[in-house]
Design a protein around this ligand. Structure first.
Ligand SMILES: [Zn+2]
Length: 53
């Protein structure tokens, strides 16, 4: 495995319901726009942590 595919992966952790899952860049934008898909709580960029190595 080489680092030829820089995936834009983030680890999302909802500060409201505590649910966490990995998202790509597009999903991250959608969650920021629509809120947490689990509880509907508004989210901010602080809820996302880059998880690319
Ligand atoms: Zn939530």
């Amino acid at each position: 495995m080489s680092a030829t595919s820089p995936t834009d992966d983030y680890e999302f952790t909802c500060p409201q319901c505590g649910e966490g899952f990995a998202v790509n860049d597009g999903m991250r934008a959608a969650v920021l726009e629509r809120g947490c898909p689990i509880c509907g709580s508004p989210t901010s960029t602080e809820a996302f942590a880059p998880c690319s190595a």
